[in-house]
Ligand binder design. Structure first.
Ligand code: ZN
Ligand code: ZN
Length: 282
């Protein structure tokens, strides 16, 4: 089955090129060509890995689909609307867990480690996130949505998330209340203290507003990750976080301490340091 996001690749390529042309022409910032090509290369390889993982995800999905007593009719409009919200809700939790649980962050960090913010960052996706991805979407299969309908809707969700990776679009009025927009997603890519672990939305920002993870773009965003990777090596970009996690684990003396390095937030050390500062000095 051809995924909608695969069909969109030529359009993505064209839009990345147009945006890059304007950034360079208007001399808006130091455009990092090497970073942009790295993003595109990582994107292409991730499509290949994605196809391999998709096989296993599809098997899990089809199994859940075959045992569930519920079957959703896909010839009525409301079923598609329901699927759009359910798929987006699943994405919110997949994305939130990918930030707040360290071993899942080890995959997702790839998308955040660029020091720029432009459309090419949208295609800078982890090669190996397919390991965990399926866990969050098998429930959609249990709800009785057929596989082909899920693949279509999920593809459209990912296509939606492309255009929000730009600095060229400002705030969009009332749309900011309901939809994930370039402004909301810039916040998500920020390392400013107030922007960390915020705006996990896919299409609808309502999930962040409901679950207390919403933050509005006020201060200018500083992009990247708290410890910059300073590398253009796609393999290192996809694997460095595992080595950092191993280092952290080796420093911990207790089993509990080691387990926290795997399952707690990657910002745990950051939080520990801030707590120390809060203690009265004597
Ligand atoms: Zn993210
Ligand atoms: Zn993003």
């Amino acid at each position: 089955m051809i995924k909608p996001q695969t069909i969109a690749i030529p359009i993505f390529a064209l839009l990345i090129a147009i945006e890059a042309y304007y950034v360079i022409k208007e001399n808006r910032e130091n455009f990092d060509r090497k970073d942009t090509w790295t993003n595109i290369l990582i994107g292409f390889v991730s499509v290949g890995f994605g196809a391999i993982f998709a096989y296993f995800t599809s098997q899990a999905y089809l199994w859940a689909n075959s045992v569930t007593p519920i079957q959703m009719p896909m010839n009525v409009w409301w079923s598609w609307v329901l699927l759009m919200f359910i798929d987006d809700f699943a994405y919110y939790w997949f994305h939130r867990c990918s930030h707040e649980i360290r071993f899942l962050w080890n995959f997702h960090v790839v998308h955040h480690s660029s020091n720029q913010y432009n459309l090419s960052v949208a295609v800078r996706q982890s090669w190996f996130s397919g390991f965990s991805h399926w866990i969050f979407y098998v429930p959609v299969a249990f709800l009785g949505f057929p596989f082909w309908a899920f693949v279509t809707m999920h593809g459209l969700n990912l296509i939606y998330q492309f255009w929000i990776h730009t600095k060229f679009i400002g705030k969009l009025g009332w749309l900011e209340y309901v939809f994930n927009t370039p402004s909301h997603h810039r916040v998500h890519h920020g390392v400013n203290a107030q922007y960390l672990d915020k705006n996990y939305a896919g299409i609808f920002i309502i999930w962040d507003r409901l679950f207390g993870t919403f933050e509005e773009e006020k201060e200018e965003v500083k992009y990247g990750i708290t410890t910059p990777i300073n590398s253009y090596n796609p393999l290192w970009i996809n694997t460095h976080a595992w080595f950092e996690m191993y280092d952290k684990m080796s420093q911990k003396k207790t089993i509990l301490g080691k387990l926290r390095c795997i399952f707690a937030s990657p910002n745990m050390d950051f939080e520990e340091k801030s707590n120390l500062k809060l203690k009265p000095e004597n």
